[in-house]
Design a protein around this ligand. Sequence first.
Ligand code: SAM
Length: 190
Amino acid sequence: MLEERFNRIPLFIRPQGFFQTNPQVAEGLYGTAQQWVKDLPVNKLWDLFCGVGGFGLHCAKALQEKNPDIELTGIEIAPSAIYCAGLSAQKCGLKKVNFQSLDAANFALNQDENKPDLVIVNPPRRGIGKPLAQFLNQMQPQFILYSSCNAISMTKDLLELTHYQLQKIQLFDMFPHTSHYEVLTLLIKR
Ligand SMILES: C[S@@+](CC[C@H](N)C(=O)[O-])C[C@H]1O[C@@H](n2cnc3c(N)ncnc32)[C@H](O)[C@@H]1O
């Protein structure tokens, strides 16, 4: 297992776990997400498609400064990545953390209590898909942080999120010398 630090947060690489390909740009991406959410009124957050936990850990760590009881739930299909995320959470001193290896849509659609204030989604290229987008639109967390490497599937998902308005957007040149890029957006409930 390899350790790599992003903004002083240790993340772990194991076989079969997704890991951001460009550490320098990924550090900027996670750091920007952290800056965007750190002053928001958030007690509970979900990180869906969390991989080894980069987004959720960065955001929970920043929110913890104002709220020591911050609760983070991270959901990811690959058990190997979830193992790494749990290890990072321990090293970060985050206590109310629950990382689980599950299908993100199945997890979300089966929750009816404990609504989060912030939902982070960083899905594979296919996007989050209609059932999850419609569920989030109905559940209405106050904030959604959506990061994507495919602007086409992201646009389809955003069109389903009719109860949200785009507050911030930033492009990251995650895949230099290719036509691909990462986009980070912050959505706020209307
Ligand atoms: C673009 S990666 C994002 C990973 C993480 N957010 C990060 O910053 O490293 C998408 C992740 O979604 C996971 N994934 C794919 N299908 C999934 C599903 N149905 N439910 C939950 N996670 C899934 C992949 O294993 C991968 O780790």
